[in-house]
Design a protein around this ligand. Structure first.
Ligand code: FES
Length: 147
C-alpha cells in the first residue's frame, strides 16, 4: 500500500466510524429520551415534570405533550391540588398564563379568564380550556393528555 492509498483508507475509515455518532447527535430522539417529559407509559400517562419543579416555579408548561402542550398548576403552596389544562385559549389560540394570586388562567391577547377548572370566567372566550387527568408518582407529575 502506497502513501496515497493509506491516507484514503484512513480517511474513509474515520468517516465511517464517526457516522453513527453523527447520526445519533442529529436524531431528535437522542435528546427527548433523556427528558422525563418524553416517557410515555402503558397506562397512557406521561411525565410532565416534578412536584419539586412545580413548587419552585408555581407552574409547568410542557409543550412536548399533545399537540398544544400541557400547563400544570398547583392551587396550593404544598402542591396538594394539581390541575392540568390545554393552555391554548379557546378564543383565538394564544397561550394562557397562570395567575396564582387569582387562581385563574388569563389570556394575554384579549383578556379572557378561566378558572382553575378551565371554565370561562370572563369573555371573549366562550368555551372552557380542556382539562387533563393528573396523578403523581413519587416526585413525578403524570398527565393523561388525549391527543
Ligand atoms: S386569544 Fe385569548 S382572549 Fe382572545
Amino acid at each position: 500500500m502506497n502513501r496515497r492509498e493509506f491516507i484514503t483508507w484512513v480517511g474513509v475509515g474515520g468517516i465511517a466510524s464517526s457516522l453513527p455518532v453523527a447520526l445519533a447527535a442529529c436524531s431528535p430522539k437522542s435528546t427527548d429520551s433523556e427528558s422525563p417529559a418524553s416517557l410515555s407509559r402503558p397506562d397512557g400517562f406521561q411525565s410532565v415534570g416534578t412536584i419539586s419543579e412545580l413548587s419552585q416555579k408555581g407552574y409547568i408548561l410542557n409543550k412536548k405533550i399533545s399537540t398544544s402542550g400541557v400547563l400544570v398548576v398547583s392551587q396550593s403552596p404544598d402542591s396538594e391540588t394539581i390541575t392540568a389544562v390545554n393552555p391554548t385559549c379557546t378564543h383565538r389560540g394564544c397561550t394562557v398564563e397562570w395567575k396564582a394570586q387569582e387562581k385563574s388562567f388569563v389570556c394575554p391577547c384579549h383578556g379572557a379568564k378561566f378558572g382553575a377548572d378551565g371554565k370561562v370566567l370572563e369573555e371573549p372566550a366562550q368555551k372552557p380550556l380542556p382539562t387533563y387527568e393528573v396523578k403523581t408518582q413519587g416526585d413525578l407529575i403524570l398527565v393523561k393528555a388525549n391527543t
